[in-house]
Design a protein around this ligand. Sequence first.
Ligand code: SAH
Length: 217
Amino acid sequence: MNISGIGMTSQRTKQRMIDRLREKGIKDEAVLAAIFAVPRHLFVDEALASRAYDDVSLPINFNQTISQPYIVARMIEIMRNGAPMGRVLEIGTGCGYQAAVLSHLATEVYSMERIAPLHERAKKQLRELKLRNVTLRYADGCVGLPEVAPFDGIIMAAAAPTLLPALREQLKVGGRMVLPVGNMQEQSLYLIERDAKGFRETKLESVKFVPLLSGKV
Ligand code: SAH
């Protein structure tokens, strides 16, 4: 398929999505620029490419989804808090879209995925895009990456049953973690900030994510 023929690579198609994100309240210009820079149509099946710049989540096989651009932007905006980021960890690579967005905003990005074919496909896609500051790990992300920690930011793309207290220990002082917590009926986004004295938790809006599962498949 000639993707450029259907306007997928057109600046206008992408600009419409950025305008939509602005209308929904995303203010961080660096985040908007990073989203603009990533060709989302390359992260979904060709059959769905025409919807790649709609602000919706889309299926990516294995019962998983590529996150809605708004939620990707919102979570990164909260994690970044207007400051450049050094090392960040994402749990739930999926197709690699959010990792690609993060690669434009952080010096080093680590991302973990428990489903082997998704990990492999994301690796290939990120290599093709020459995003060399992203390291993908095929592993259960529930335990984080203690050997690479500490992180300036940790972002979870799957809903955890609890606030995962072990993971926050992998934050730097001054670091921020954004994660959905809840079950399939009800989930909320949480921000966890680490300062010299300890951790502060803030409950944010309701969200809907696939569940965080344990073990590799
Ligand atoms: N970040 C993706 C969204 C992925 S959906 C994007 O950019 O669109 C969430 C992903 O989390 C799924 O691929 C799922 O397999 C993965 N996941 C769930 N539990 C996990 C765990 N314990 N460790 C690593 N990945 C996990």
